[in-house]
Design a protein around this ligand. Structure first.
Ligand SMILES: NC(=O)c1ccc[n+]([C@@H]2O[C@H](COP(=O)([O-])OP(=O)(O)OC[C@H]3O[C@@H](n4cnc5c(N)ncnc54)[C@H](O)[C@@H]3O)[C@@H](O)[C@H]2O)c1
Length: 208
């Protein structure tokens, strides 16, 4: 079914991870479409968030420096919104192996808190969750499709899978409209290279 971009005109949209690579590009597009956009981001220094990413739309969005692990704050932010693009995440596969609890708390536990807030306060919210192609692990065939076996090879892949399935469960059980996108090697302006050694992203020369 073709999507109608007019659904965002005048709508109240929350983007977690909104100061990151994908979140800021999405925010730019939502502003163009006439949405009222609030960006939630923790700006944890070693992560991908950066105010420069929204320098050209800074006066057209609201920025809320909140950590998605703050359940009370997220509960308040979710009320009365119409759409949630849920992109905030610990994205480093390497870091997820050396600091698995942080990855668990951001990519899984915080997601459950957000969904609980939706169940209690805003069941009409429509959610898009950013999952990852990494849930498939090493490809058994190419191109990887949705029928490919799930076989995450690191803590990040397992926690993203949990985050994804929480969203799908709340969709099925509580009819909170949610979907998950298993993003693959996203790249473009503002892309954070792995020069810092903590990105863990795959080279764009080997798309899967
Ligand atoms: N870029 C890709 O190729 C790719 C591939 C697969 C999945 N994804 C997923 O898409 C989402 C966005 O990725 P990106 O490439 O834009 O990464 P990014 O690092 O540029 O953006 C993530 C944002 O989340 C914020 N964040 C992290 N922890 C937070 C917390 N606890 N509370 C609030 N904000 C927090 C960061 O500050 C950052 O701004 C992530 O969930 C990532 O796992 C991205």
């Amino acid at each position: 079914m073709p999507w109608d971009p007019d659904i965002f005109t005048g709508s109240d949209v929350l983007v977690t991870g909104g100061l990151g690579f994908i979140g800021s590009a999405l925010a730019r597009r939502l502003v163009e479409l006439g949405a009222k956009v609030t960006l939630v981001d923790s700006l944890i220094p070693e992560y991908g968030g950066n105010l420069f990413n929204i320098h050209d739309i800074r006066d057209r969005v609201t920025v809320d420096l909140t950590d998605v692990r703050d359940a009370a704050a997220m509960s308040s932010l979710i009320k009365k919104r119409q759409f949630l693009f849920n992109l905030a995440g610990q994205t480093s596969h390497l870091d997820s192996m050396t600091d698995p609890m942080t990855d668990l708390n951001i990519n899984a536990a915080a997601q459950l808190h957000i969904l609980e807030a939706c169940r209690l306060h805003n069941r009409d919210l429509k959610i898009v969750f950013a999952s990852t192609r990494q849930v498939y692990g090493r490809p058994e065939y190419l191109p990887v499709d949705e029928k490919h076996p799930i076989d995450p090879v690191d803590v990040n892949g397992i926690n993203k899978l949990a985050g994804e399935w929480y969203h799908l469960l709340y969709n099925d059980v509580y009819q909170i409209r949610a979907c998950a996108l298993r993003l693959t090697n996203t790249y473009g302006p503002g892309f954070r290279s792995s020069a810092t050694g903590n990105s863990g992203e795959i080279s764009i020369s080997s798309p899967t």
